[in-house]
Design a protein around this ligand. Sequence first.
Ligand SMILES: CC(C)(COP(=O)(O)OP(=O)(O)OC[C@H]1O[C@@H](n2cnc3c(N)ncnc32)[C@H](O)[C@@H]1OP(=O)(O)O)[C@@H](O)C(=O)NCCC(=O)NCCS
Length: 193
Amino acid sequence: MRAEEDAMAVVPHAGPDTSGPNVRIVDMRRRHLRAVTRIEGAVCPRPWSIGLFLSELAATNRRYLVARAAGAVVGYGGVMVGAGEGHVTTLAVDPAWQRRSVGSRLLLALVEWGLDQGCSGLTLEVRMGNLGAQALYRRFGFVPAGVRPGYYAETNEDALIMWAHDVSEPAYAERLKAIAARLSAAGTTGGDV
Ligand SMILES: CC(C)(COP(=O)(O)OP(=O)(O)OC[C@H]1O[C@@H](n2cnc3c(N)ncnc32)[C@H](O)[C@@H]1OP(=O)(O)O)[C@@H](O)C(=O)NCCC(=O)NCCS
């Protein structure tokens, strides 16, 4: 790992360090984009281009993070905030690193940043058939709130709109604390940074 990336590790605003022993969550930089778009190409039917990520990185009110492990980028995600709401724009994990809590660690850091920005609600769209991602989002308090028919034009798949409400309330802070504690206890296996 490069020293400057080590220094940029995201420390959640409160509670335990959720980076885990082998996975570090850091701000997405231009130098990560080749790895990011490689993962994007592997997991997304309509992958974002490097240009699209660059314009997201240049925009205000957004935060993009990558997860690094074993000397490589293994996942990434982003959130955009506005009008007291946070919109998770993307979340993806290298197939070789899935089901090792990388997505949870990324989402936790994104949600915590959204809360720091004053969000009282969080939303996202997810493919109707993507039950794995929906299970992850439910763990973070997201519930189905509507459908955008044919939102994913390339596959003509509907989007499920999910919302997590009242995220500035103490009950949601408790939910995040429990998630963070579980992640700290579990660590993440499978590589040295
Ligand atoms: C969705 C995604 C980001 C999850 O990342 P991940 O690192 O594998 O997720 P985690 O290991 O943190 O999983 C946390 C929980 O979510 C649920 N979950 C995640 N993936 C699942 C799957 N494929 N099937 C069923 N449940 C799943 C489980 O409850 C899991 O907990 P468990 O492993 O203790 O059972 C990853 O599968 C991915 O990149 N998918 C392709 C891109 C994508 O669908 N992105 C979301 C678009 S909105």
